[in-house]
Design a protein around this ligand. Structure first.
Ligand code: 13P
Ligand code: SF4
Length: 377
């Protein structure tokens, strides 16, 4: 973070600062056909030495080249099974590439085709804020707290969590991981997504009154009850994409299309998740739609690239976005065909650009947190 609530990526964006990682001009002059053909050619040339993981939120022009498509859990798992891949151009966002780097061998190189592909949620918890918040929490509750972090967090936060005996979670195993965490300690600190934390804890039967919020920018708790009753401390972070779905969208839909089912990601707010018919990770959303009855109608509350793809791949079902004015995740969209091709052409020329490397001292503890999750998934 470079200032209150502003990330370095956002500042670079606003100032449109050219850096050594920016894309040479000639890529804007190539046609899509030319770029597609070149990516195919380079992939064929490298064979198994190249492995491209792609998150479900990636654009079609990019996801078509993914050797494995998945949610964040699946992509983390699959990266551990590809020791033959020398180069891993990661089609996703920065925290996913960091995770891939930490779970692969020292000679494997993870590349993020555009360094601006960050995640605003991951930027909402930096390590200094976390250390400060932890100190305040220890003063109130002593040694009764286990930290868990959503994988949508920096390697430094994963390292912090690993050092304190905690684990990472993804949206597909958050419930199981929270159950495990309560076998370890009396209270849980859940970083950085308050919504996933709240939705999951509530699902486990923890009432809202037993959840406090830690507001890192103010350095204070947002909680009105008896602190002794608190079971879960939610870090005040959120996904700016999933917060764009609100209860009004669901009410309008229930009015106009009462037979339409509402299916949302648990990064949505508590109200939205409670008012939906079903909620789950991106894989859960995909499986639900694939197994749904032909003719069924669905309003989906997640990122637009995925919703559009589901609509295209399931023409026998009616699929719309829960928010008709929804946009895609801007940072996920930074990975486009020109950037992918550029990073691959550089590899072809023997140069690795935009390599993601997590320092060993951070990775050591972060891997502990990741492995505690992977062993239980
Ligand atoms: P999952 O892939 O775990 O569903 O997470 C969604 C997401 O927001 C990734 O950034
Ligand atoms: Fe981050 Fe939300 Fe985009 Fe996922 S969808 S990368 S959580 S901003």
């Amino acid at each position: 973070m470079v200032g209150a609530g502003i990330s370095l990526m956002e500042v670079l964006d606003v100032l449109d600062i050219e850096s050594e990682v920016s894309l040479p001009k000639r890529y804007s002059e190539l046609s899509e056909e030319e770029m597609t053909a070149r990516v195919r050619e380079i992939k064929a040339k490298f064979g198994e030495r190249l492995f491209i993981p792609g998150h479900h939120y990636q654009k079609d022009e990019v996801i078509q080249f993914a050797d494995a498509r998945g949610d964040s859990l699946k992509l983390a798992q699959i990266c551990t099974t590809k020791p033959e891949a020398e180069f891993i151009p990661f089609c996703g966002v920065h925290f996913m590439a960091e995770t891939a780097d930490m779970l692969t061998g020292p000679d494997q190189k993870v590349i993020l085709p555009d360094m601006r592909a960050g995640c605003s949620m991951a930027d909402m918890a930096d390590i200094d804020q976390t250390e400060e918040g932890w100190e305040a929490m220890q003063e109130v509750w002593g040694d009764t707290i286990l930290p868990l972090t959503y994988v949508n967090s920096t390697a430094a936060i994963k390292g912090f969590v690993g050092k304190h005996g905690g684990a990472t979670v993804t949206s597909s195993n958050a419930k199981k991981m929270l159950e495990w965490a309560f076998t370890q300690k009396e209270r849980i600190l859940f970083l950085p997504d308050q919504h996933l934390g709240r939705n999951t804890a509530y699902d486990l039967g923890i009432p809202l009154e037993q959840m406090a919020v830690w507001a890192p920018l103010k350095g204070e708790f947002e909680y009105e009850g008896d602190f002794e009753d608190v079971k879960v401390i939610l870090w005040k972070g959120h996904c700016s994409v999933h917060e764009k779905f609100n209860i009004k969208h669901i009410e309008n839909l229930r009015d106009k299309e009462p037979e339409m089912k509402v299916l949302v990601h648990p990064e949505c707010t508590f109200d939205v998740v409670q008012a939906s018919d079903l909620n789950g990770s991106t894989s859960f959303i995909i499986n639900t739609i694939e197994n749904a009855e032909p003719g069924s109608k669905w309003a989906i509350g997640t990122e637009m690239n995925l919703v559009n793809r589901l609509a295209m791949e399931n023409p026998d079902k009616e699929i719309v976005s829960l928010n008709p004015f929804m946009c895609p995740c801007l940072t996920m969209n930074r990975i486009d065909l020109p950037h992918l091709l550029w990073s691959l052409e550089k590899l072809e020329q023997g140069e690795v650009v935009n390599q993601i490397t997590v320092p060993q001292e951070v990775a050591e503890n972060a891997v502990l947190a990741l492995n505690r999750m992977l062993e239980r998934s």
